[in-house]
Design a protein around this ligand. Structure first.
Ligand code: SF4
Length: 373
């Protein structure tokens, strides 16, 4: 949802008259009250829980995000608890959810709230926007749902609903389109109950106005929907043609010391997957075999000269903008005296695999190593 969130307040003045009326808002509200999913942050609304749910659920389905939400609320019942935790602990709980900068920013923002605001969560849209990792979507969602501020949310679900209601023919990623959608969202907002309204539009997109085969026959907004009238629902939102997703081969080394402990290192916190731990390795260059790349990359990153013996696993993984195939090599036992690495690093035994946060593809390899004994 992060990619499709936009600020709305400044766009409201550009709103054209709309066919959506007070009656449409009321029908949507009634539908939401009767059909909303019973989610923990809705049943016992607490601003800290709403904040956690909004960060965890960005670009994540509710069924995938729910266990993470439960885990986070249990470990960090208050913003103070998160602020006091070490980043490693927070990343470990986040592992598998992806988009790790969201986790690092959540931790950073919790510390700011505790150190600068005495642990009191801000109420206004503008103050939320000033915190790390909080964009227009999240600021609107938290300030409206937790504090009743009149800011419309615009995420992927809202875009789908609004572009269908208006049969909007422009490519939605263009900035003029975004301004138009923001303006529609803000003009449709029920300012008396902005939180409920925002949740209702998002819920409609998640449950009824689906990307394929929307359930228009049960939609509370069907009478106002231009796309339904024309039978063109699935045409919207209009998107740019997708570019092919690049693919990279990555070679990594399982390097052991004389006690059979495995070498891992921590990624720079500013990098993608920052703060997570990983095996040494990197991209297979043109003309190289994965084994050659493993030998070169391990030497470049750690100073250790290793001999890749066997390929113990080939793991495929997809990130948001590219895909990888990970070739993992068991390397001959090395002398650790050559080790020359500036990043935080460790030699870990199997019993410690769970103590560190790893990217998902590395975690799959650890599971394979654990099974091998
Ligand atoms: Fe979406 Fe159909 Fe409702 Fe239009 S009528 S908003 S296409 S579910």
């Amino acid at each position: 949802m992060k990619n499709t969130s936009h600020t709305v307040s400044q766009a409201a003045s550009q709103t054209a008259p709309t066919h959506l009326t007070d009656a449409s808002r009321a029908r949507l509200a009634r539908w939401f009250d009767a059909n909303r999913r019973h989610l923990p942050w809705r049943e016992h609304p607490d601003p800290w829980h709403i904040w956690l749910s909004e960060v965890i659920l960005q670009q994540t389905r509710v069924d995938q995000g729910l266990p993470y939400f439960e885990r986070f609320v249990t470990h960090f019942p208050t913003v103070h608890a998160m602020a006091e935790a070490h980043l490693d602990e927070v990343l470990r709980l986040w592992e598998g959810l992806g988009y790790y900068s969201r986790c690092r920013n959540l931790h950073k923002a919790a510390r700011i709230v505790v150190s600068e605001l005495n642990g009191v969560l801000p109420q206004t849209y503008e103050r939320w926007l000033s915190l790390p990792g909080i964009g227009p979507y999240t600021a609107s969602a938290i300030s409206s749902i937790a504090f009743g501020q009149p800011h419309a949310v615009v995420d992927g679900n809202v875009i789908r609903v609004l572009t269908r209601l208006h049969a909007f023919e422009s490519i939605v990623s263009e900035s003029s389109s975004r301004r138009q959608i923001n303006a529609w969202a803000q003009s449709f907002l029920d300012t008396a109950q902005p939180g409920r309204h925002n949740e209702a539009v998002m819920e409609l997109g998640a449950l009824v106005c689906l990307p394929r085969q929307p359930a228009c026959e049960i939609c509370p907004l069907q009478e106002s929907c231009l796309a339904r009238e024309a039978g063109t629902q699935e045409r919207f939102p209009v998107k740019k043609t997708k570019q092919p997703v690049p693919h990279y081969d990555i070679a990594i080394g399982v390097v052991r010391d004389a006690s059979s402990r495995i070498f891992i290192q921590q990624r720079d916190t500013d990098a993608m997957l920052g703060g997570l731990w990983e095996f040494p390795g990197g991209k297979v260059e043109e003309g190289e075999t994965p084994a050659e790349a493993c030998r070169r990359e391990v030497q470049e990153e750690t100073g250790m000269e290793v001999e890749p013996l066997t390929c113990i696993a080939t793991i495929k993984h997809a990130y948001s903008h590219f895909r990888i195939t990970l070739h993992a090599f068991e390397c001959a036992t090395v002398s650790t005296s050559d080790l020359n690495v500036s990043a935080p690093h460790a030699w870990i035994a199997r019993e410690s695999f769970a103590d560190y946060a790893f990217p998902r593809a590395n975690r799959k390899l650890l599971d394979i190593l654990s099974e091998q004994g």
